[in-house]
Design a protein around this ligand. Structure first.
Ligand code: PHE
Length: 356
């Protein structure tokens, strides 16, 4: 299921073990809207809406299927009562603000027509302001609106808090202490989750290096915090304790893993492994891999908990911090069975899904 690149749509869908895929053509904006429902076993399918350009529809669907599966794994590993789904909006030509708003409103109407089959929040290419627009037509199936519109705001800060807890648990596993003083973390991507993570790491005393393809995003960290900025092409070669991918997926592959000079990979990006073999590749290099979906649930969990389950902000933070305990369990299981951490996490998820 992971390398759908050359597969046609039919074989792609035939090989997928999810429930439903909706492909909607938005003619006014020349965009495809793909909603993938992977599993509603543990609860209503919930996941972010990703909005970006894709080369073709097959790659759009491929991404949606993988991201939806990631959401199922995310909720299952954490034992959170939601199912896995994801929406991907593949835009054609760049949209002006009015065209973008129109597209988001029509997308909200599509969500509404599904009557809760899928609920959404922000992801790469969308933010809390976009959720406000989608909610105009799509409420109540839209999480993470701005506080001004009654929502809990963007999901990045809570995601970052979970990643921090994951990094601390990883440091305890590797070095015997959660203390981050003197530890070097390389953060790839200073966006929704990466930027707040950098702030949390600095506050915890870590040495942080930052990389982003967009210099506007790294400037603040260089000028105000005097952090080292690593050019995007050098990010894999930089010696560090923790490499934290917080940008796009597929960054851990046959080309990058041999270059890594990190003791562990713990980051917020979805689908960090290009293929399943890359989990073995990391283990072969003795680099501890924190399965992405175990680490990056913080945003989805906190926002859904606050908006749909009545959690207070404090309660949400306490729940998100449990990412650390979940990761430790995964490391223990992997050590006990001799398999990869990815296999251990999938096993925990499969048991939860089977028990539902
Ligand atoms: N982008 C989030 C994720 O990948 C999805 C999300 C955010 C879902 C907020 C619900 C609420 O986990």
């Amino acid at each position: 299921m992971r390398n759908g690149r050359d597969a046609g749509l039919d074989s792609l869908l035939a090989a997928w073990d999810g429930e439903t895929v909706i492909v909607h053509a938005d003619r006014p904006a020349c965009a495809w809207i793909v909603i993938a429902i992977h599993s509603s076993r543990l609860g209503p399918a919930t996941g972010g809406t990703r909005m970006q350009a894709y080369p073709d529809l097959t790659l759009t669907v491929t991404d949606a299927l993988r991201l939806a599966e990631g959401m199922t794994l995310k909720y299952a590993v954490a034992g959170f009562p939601r199912g896995g789904g994801k929406a991907v909006i593949a835009t054609g030509a760049p949209l002006d603000p009015a065209a973008r708003t129109g597209l988001l409103r029509r997308y909200g109407a599509l969500l509404q027509s599904l009557h809760g089959l899928f609920a959404t929040g922000p992801d790469v290419g969308t933010n809390a302001e976009d959720m406000d627009v989608i909610a105009e037509t799509g409420a109540p199936y839209v999480f993470s609106r701005t506080p001004a519109r009654g929502g809990a705001g963007g999901s990045g800060p809570a995601t970052a808090l979970g990643v921090l807890a994951g990094i601390e648990a990883t440091c305890r596993w590797l070095f015997g202490t959660t203390a981050l003083g003197g530890r070097h973390v390389v953060v790839q991507g200073a966006g929704h989750a990466g930027a707040p993570l950098i702030d949390l790491l600095v506050a915890a005393g870590a040495t942080v290096s930052v990389s982003d393809v967009d210099p506007d995003r790294t400037r603040r960290f260089r000028d105000q915090r005097a952090l080292r900025i690593v050019p995007p092409d050098e990010v894999y070669d930089t010696p560090c304790d923790i490499f934290a991918p917080c940008a796009m997926g597929g960054v851990l592959d046959a080309h990058t893993i041999p270059r890594l000079r990190a003791r562990a990979v713990v980051g917020a990006a979805n689908n960090q492994l290009a293929t399943m073999e890359d989990a073995e590749r990391l283990r072969g290099r003795d680099i501890l891999y924190a399965p992405d979906y175990a680490v990056n649930i913080g945003g989805a969990m906190a926002i859904t908990g606050i908006e749909a389950m009545g959690w207070s902000a404090e309660q949400a933070a306490a729940e998100v911090r449990k990412v650390g305990a979940t990761l430790t369990r995964i490391y223990e299981l992997a050590a006990a069975t001799g398999g990869t951490t990815e296999a251990a996490a999938r096993r925990i998820a499969a048991e939860r899904l089977a028990g539902a």
